[in-house]
Design a protein around this ligand. Structure first.
Ligand SMILES: [Zn+2]
Length: 263
């Protein structure tokens, strides 16, 4: 049985039997891992600190057929400042869901681990703007997962968005992975391909572009736009989550742009 050591962030921690816990972790070296930690709830548990969701831990485990077994664990950082504030916790909960939705399987990605760690750190360190951190996290995660949203040009005709202003409103088309210009949107609607596209206000687009480029510690979303930004990001994540019906027939991976070009 292969023994390995890694750092991980606890996504979920479920009681199992008298004294055990089953943990889902996003690890730095092995991606998503499910593991059993035995004897954790005994008072003199060798695991010491509590293994709650969001905790960042250093652990030693051996591989099992379905579940790995954690033999040693040390809590490096508990992020209790996130857990103890409802708004921060909500934002963190959304981040953990995005990790589950976009991390398909065994692939380890240190960048995902680092992004999650820095996002939790950013949440704990600030007093406002938690939604901005959550939205920035999900956008950056979608980019790491290979689903970079197209926010600079129309996903269909590929014209720069600066060129198409004045032709009508812009739309966001989650299954297509980005912005559609007015012309392409009506053409694709006639062909029955626009799916769930919806209008995207210029200030929301600017906020999304800003979230992509700014380091996660520094992200801000103008007051009043947070909910709209969150909804666009959530629709993007949902459309590309592996196993989601909307993503399996999406033309995002192999876009057939010809069918979407305006006549
Ligand atoms: Zn277009």
């Amino acid at each position: 049985m292969a023994v390995y050591k890694s750092k991980g962030i606890v996504l979920r921690s479920i009681r199992y039997g008298e004294a055990d816990r089953i943990l889902d972790l996003y690890t730095r070296d092995a991606g998503l891992v499910s593991a059993i930690a035995k004897g954790i709830r005994r008072t003199k548990s060798r695991f010491g600190g509590r293994l709650e969701p969001l905790s960042c831990v250093d652990f030693l485990a051996y591989e099992g057929r379905t579940l790995d077994t954690v033999t040693q664990v040390e809590v490096l950082r508990s992020f209790h400042g996130v857990r103890e504030n409802l708004k921060r916790l909500e934002a963190a909960g959304g981040m953990l869901s995005a990790v589950r939705a976009l991390s398909g399987g065994d692939e380890a990605d240190r960048r995902v681990f680092n992004l999650l760690y820095h996002a939790l750190d950013a949440l704990e360190g600030r007093e406002t703007g938690f939604e901005a951190v959550g939205a920035a996290f999900a956008l950056k995660l979608s980019i790491l997962a290979g689903y970079t949203p197209r926010l600079d040009a129309c996903v269909s005709c590929e014209r720069d968005l600066a060129e198409v202003t004045g032709e009508g409103p812009l739309y966001f088309a989650p299954p297509l992975g980005g912005v559609l210009c007015a012309g392409c949107r009506s053409a694709s609607r006639e062909a029955g391909l626009a799916g769930d596209s919806y209008p995207l206000e210029p200030d929301i687009l600017a906020a999304l572009q800003d979230l992509v480029v700014r380091p996660i510690r520094e992200v801000v979303v103008e007051e009043g736009l947070e909910e709209s930004v969150r909804r666009v990001v959530a629709s993007h994540v949902l459309a590309h989550a592996p196993g989601n019906a909307a993503s399996s027939n999406a033309s995002f991976a192999t876009p057939d742009r010809r069918t979407l070009r305006p006549a």
